[in-house]
Design a protein around this ligand. Structure first.
Ligand code: UD1
Ligand code: CA
Length: 464
């Protein structure tokens, strides 16, 4: 269909007061420009060109995982018309339509983009401008119409006081026919308050030539809001989160307090799951149905099965929790922790690169790292897998049905056989065969009358 996308992302974003390029700041867990790329991808464009400038290398680097993007550098940045001209090296010989987007406008919907393309094509327009009608148009370019038709766009700094009262604003998002586009853009001058090459001037250029310029008015102006400052970014994050929670609730998820639910865009949650207040679900996280996630939980890039309960204040990153398991309160699952069906992890238990087999339990105060734990294993309070010998990490294997007594240290590499017992307080340096009991603490010795003797000597201390 000869559709191309160009995204402007060269600006410095001065008001962000940041060492990082503006388009890499995150809204709802995703860099601003990733939101734009995801929406643009819905159009299945033939090419996608990103105009970078300020900290170009950082922006390119952050987007490496996308294939098929072309980067062009705009240096110095002389305005939006100049930015579009830099894409001529990619699109100069292309045919069809280019959709121009901004890297700092993250909430634009797929429906609006599709509308834009549809209107542009059905009206055979040379250019189509996305506009919005707002209560406070301050800072935006205004749409000046003659009759129904758009006549030109005037920037706020160049507008008369009558023009400033116009409430229809320019979103800065357009569709352009590529034929003749770059020649027309080249004719734009810098006779304006900011001495910049304004792309907005193209509307008047086309209208004077009698060409057809169309507009599409977005129903909800939030879609075209850009990020210029940290507080605008927070405002857009709020909107993005509200959209996400509304979507989830419509799909059967209970969110007790949507205002305190921080759920990233790509998170999925099954029906009848209950999200208590103050929960953060981030990145590429999936949660099944019928779960209950209590307050203060943070889950990042993790997969949670069905009917899982996560009690308060757990941190779960890059981990898996299978169906019918229970975790927490105050558990820490990280880096490939793998909790199998019906397993149970209690308070102050940390798991890393560890499988906790089906129906196994570690209820209190444990560190389980680089371990493979079978089914129906009981890990006593205070158990530690000593996985690090100062140079490398070693494996602990605990086979099905084993029982690890409280306060045990398992010095890896070590294997505890199926059904074996480890006595409380043991330091296990050697494998324990299946069915054995391993004890390592010395024999207990009681010193009779010690407390009384200690009491007397203490009293005589005090008299002195
Ligand atoms: C622009 C529009 C204005 C519109 C507003 C919507 C012009 C002249 N004005 O104004 O009508 O209401 O957007 O948000 O187009 N950029 C570059 N290179 C440049 C200049 C800008 O890549 O040389 C990029 C910026 O990184 C940004 C976008 O273009 O993503 C918009 O630039 P900005 O300077 O913010 O334009 P506005 O003054 O907001
Ligand atoms: Ca802007």
């Amino acid at each position: 269909m000869n559709l191309h996308v160009a995204i402007l992302a060269a600006g410095k974003g001065t008001r962000m007061k940041s060492a990082r390029p503006k388009v890499l700041h995150r809204v709802a867990g995703l860099p601003l420009i990733e939101h734009v790329l995801a929406t643009a991808a819905a159009l299945k464009p033939q090419t996608t060109t990103i105009v970078v400038g300020y900290q170009a290398a950082e922006v390119e680097e952050a987007l490496l995982r996308h294939c098929g993007l072309t980067f062009v550098v705009q240096e110095p940045q002389l305005g939006t018309a100049h930015a579009l001209l830099t894409t001529e090296q990619v699109l100069g010989h292309a045919r069809g339509t280019v959709i121009l987007l901004y890297g700092d406008v993250p909430l634009l919907s797929r429906a609006t983009l599709e509308n834009l393309v549809e209107r542009h094509r059905s009206r055979k327009a040379a250019a189509t401008v996305v506009t919005a009608i707002v209560d406070d148009p301050g800072g935006y370019g205004r749409i000046v119409r003659s009759g129904e038709q758009i006549a030109r766009i005037v920037e706020e700094k160049d507008a008369s006081s009558a023009e400033r009262k116009i409430r229809e604003i320019n979103s800065g998002i357009y569709a352009f026919e590529l034929a003749g586009l770059f020649d027309a853009v080249r004719s734009i001058a810098t006779e304006n308050a900011q001495r910049e090459y304004y792309l907005t001037d193209l509307v008047a250029v086309y209208r004077k030539r009698g060409m057809n310029v169309e507009t599409v008015i977005v129903p909800n102006a939030d879609e075209i809001r850009g990020v210029n400052s940290r507080s605008e970014m927070a405002a857009l994050s709020r909107i993005a989160r509200d959209r996400k929670t509304a979507e989830l609730m419509a799909a059967g998820v209970t969110i007790e307090d949507p205002a305190t639910a921080y759920i990233d865009r790509d998170v999925t949650i099954g029906a009848d799951t209950i999200i208590h207040p103050g929960v953060c679900l981030e990145g590429n996280t999936t949660i099944g149905g019928g779960c209950e996630i209590h307050s203060g939980v943070r889950i990042v890039n993790s997969a949670i099965g069905d009917r899982v309960t996560v009690f308060n204040h757990c941190v779960i990153t890059d981990a898996r929790v299978a169906s019918d398991a229970k975790v927490g309160p105050f558990a820490h699952l990280r880096n490939d922790a793998d909790i199998r069906e019906k397993a149970r992890v209690g308070n102050f238990v940390e798991l890393k690169k560890t499988v906790l087999g089906e129906g196994s339990k570690s209820m209190h105060l444990a560190y389980l790292g680089d371990a493979t734990i079978g089914e129906r294993v009981n890990i006593g309070a205070g158990t530690i897998t000593c996985n690090y010998d100062g140079e490398k990490k070693n494996q602990t294997i605990i086979e099905d049905g084993a029982f690890i007594g409280s306060d045990s240290q398992l010095i890896a590499p070590v294997t505890i056989g199926a059904g074996a017992y480890v006595g409380s307080g043991a330091t296990i340096r050697e494998d324990v065969p299946s069915g054995a009991l391993a004890v390592s603490a010395g024999k207990q010795r009681n010193i009779e009358g010690w407390v009384d003797k200690r009491g007397k000597s203490r009293k005589s201390d005090r008299k002195r």
